[in-house]
Write a protein that binds this ligand. Structure first.
Ligand SMILES: Nc1nc2c(ncn2[C@@H]2O[C@H](COP(=O)(O)OP(=O)(O)OP(=O)(O)O)[C@@H](O)[C@H]2O)c(=O)[nH]1
Ligand SMILES: Nc1nc2c(ncn2[C@@H]2O[C@H](COP(=O)(O)OP(=O)(O)OP(=O)(O)O)[C@@H](O)[C@H]2O)c(=O)[nH]1
Length: 494
């Protein structure tokens, strides 16, 4: 599961600033799903290749009344939802009553909280941090969110302290090749059905599962965890990530709805293919686009289902189609299906796209195939001249899957203009018939795959030469010493 970090603290301590830092460290997509969650903001960030979810809270002032009380309610909810809490204080302000009150609440919540001392700027930590020990929250960790100082180190530090995923943990215990713990083994294509409330997710999921196909293991998961439901269709195995607790709940309580954003974000990260459900009756609204940006940011394969297509007039259908063309014109890779979850129309085609997207996102291609495509692409369209020189692209290899990452190596490869990079990406997509998943292209400077090795050899031979010289010198010094002693002894005639 992707860990959730909540930012908690008095107003003005720098929560928003830190939120922006954490979420912008990745492609600068910050999503705020309004309405559903009042003022809470949810975002995704990454350290190295480890993703996490961040919740920014409204702030707890310590004098809860009216609006403040409502905000505080939000913070308390966020504290419950999170794995990690960053309790932020302001080193310029020192400790206030509000800080004391929050510390008390955190202690009672039993959650693991880190005391983050913001606005350290150029100050001496030894002097300004001392007083914050009084809060009894352990050692204050200094950062300057506004200047991006200490932020990455902070997240790396807390992520390292997190308990590992069960699966990872079992593997570690049992050794690399051991089979994964039976119950944790997820079968086939992992599907996440996401969308804002009322678009028809539950109806679609029930349609997918159909009572007789369902093998439910109803583990007593926590309220925050989604249930994984394995099933089969036409001999293909799937696992549905049930974010809405469809298999468990009787009706939608407010609490369940609040949790669902985190579950949705986690499901997006954890799935192979994401089905984004839209409602043809309401058209596309801001929340749909926010949800879409989360999916795009995650790099997951995507299929779009425009639901409730039954009983629409032709005029309405035309209007929805025009709107989709206009608002999704940037979305080139995802298949779209007009379906009725209620009647089951279009669901078969949806599966075709899911299977196809999964295949594309998981396929592994040989280096020589990728290199040949690169050679063809560059010989039909040469890379444009950059700084009076023409970049020379040498070879390509696959750097990962889900999403496929294609790494192009060459002289000045990292300086290619964007439109040429896009041309290469489109060529790969066309030739390899990649459908339903984004492709990530990486461009690395270096014209020879073995240049790193060469450097090593050069380095080591230099090392050897140095060592020889040092020994020679040592020997010389020794000889000199011996000679000196000899001379001395000659001077002392008996
Ligand atoms: N000197 C300094 N100022 C900072 C730093 N981080 C944030 N600030 C400033 O502190 C002020 C408050 O920052 P916000 O991020 O809005 O604080 P907040 O906790 O989200 O405040 P609320 O939204 O009211 O809860 C802003 O003027 C920031 O520019 C820092 O590292 N150093
Ligand atoms: N006409 C029509 N109505 C549908 C269709 N799919 C779902 N609905 C109706 O839309 C309403 C919402 O459907 P749900 O499946 O509960 O929606 P949801 O997205 O799971 O909602 P949350 O659980 O609140 O997130 C229900 O009244 C459904 O009967 C469809 O294909 N056609």
């Amino acid at each position: 599961m992707v860990p959730v970090i909540a930012l908690v603290g008095r107003p003005n301590v720098g929560k928003s600033t830190l939120f922006n830092r954490l979420t912008k460290s990745r492609d600068a997509l910050v999503a705020e799903i309004a309405g559903l969650t009042r003022d809470r903001k949810f975002g995704e960030g990454k350290v190295g290749d480890r993703p996490f979810i961040v919740i920014d809270t409204g702030g707890i002032s310590g004098e809860e009344e009216g609006i403040d009380a409502a905000m505080a309610g939000q913070s308390y909810q966020a504290i419950q939802d999170a794995d990690i809490i960053f309790f932020m204080v302001d080193v310029n302000a020192g400790i206030t009553n509000g800080d004391r009150m929050i510390a008390e609440h955190l202690r009672r919540s039993g959650k693991s909280a880190y005391l983050v001392a913001n606005k350290i700027d150029g100050k001496n930590p030894e002097i300004v941090l001392g007083e914050f020990f009084e809060l009894g929250m352990g050692e204050p960790l200094p950062i300057a969110a506004a200047h991006n100082r200490g932020v990455t180190a902070l997240v790396e530090y807390v992520m390292d302290e997190l308990p590992k995923d069960d699966e990872e943990y079992f593997r570690e215990l049992a050794g690399e090749d051991a089979p994964v713990h039976e119950e944790l083994d997820v079968k086939g294509i992992k599907i996440a059905v996401v969308g804002r409330p009322n678009v028809g997710k539950s109806t679609l999921v029930n349609r997918f599962l159909g009572e007789d196909r369902v093998v439910v293991y109803d583990e007593a998961g926590t309220t925050r965890d989604s249930i994984y439901i394995p099933y089969e269709r036409h001999g293909q195995e799937y696992t549905l990530i049930d974010t809405a607790g469809i298999r468990r709940r009787k009706n939608i309580s407010e609490a369940a709805e609040k949790f669902s954003i985190i579950k949705t974000l986690q499901a997006i990260q954890d799935c192979h293919v994401c089905i984004l459900v839209l409602d043809a009756r309401t058209g596309i609204v801001e929340q749909d686009l926010h949800m879409l940006s989360f999916v795009l940011n995650s790099g997951r394969a995507l299929v779009i289902a425009i639901n409730k297509w039954d009983g629409m007039t032709q005029d309405d259908k035309d209007r929805v189609k025009t709107e989709i063309d206009r608002r999704f014109d940037f979305l080139t890779f995802a298949d779209m299906h007009f379906i009725s979850a209620l009647h089951g129309t279009g669901v078969g085609h949806l599966y075709d796209s899911v299977d196809q997207a999964y295949q594309s996102s998981m396929t592994k291609w040989q280096t020589n195939l990728l290199t040949r495509i690169l050679e063809d692409a560059t010989s039909s369209h040469q890379p444009p001249v950059v700084r009076n020189r023409r970049p020379k692209l040498r070879y390509a290899h696959q750097g990962g899957s889900n999403p496929p990452i294609i790494v192009v190596h060459g002289n000045m490869a990292n300086e290619l203009p964007e439109d040429y990079k896009r041309y290469l990406a489109n060529t790969y997509r066309r030739v390899l018939e990649i459908k339903g998943t984004p492709i990530r292209m990486e461009f690395r400077q270096g014209d020879n795959p073995f240049s790193e090795k060469k450097k090593d050899i050069r380095h080591s031979s230099k090392k050897r030469a140095d060592a020889v010289e040092r020994t020679t010198n040592k020997r010389k010094i020794k000889q000199d010493k011996a000679r000196k002693q000899l001379r001395k002894s000659y001077k002392k005639p008996t």
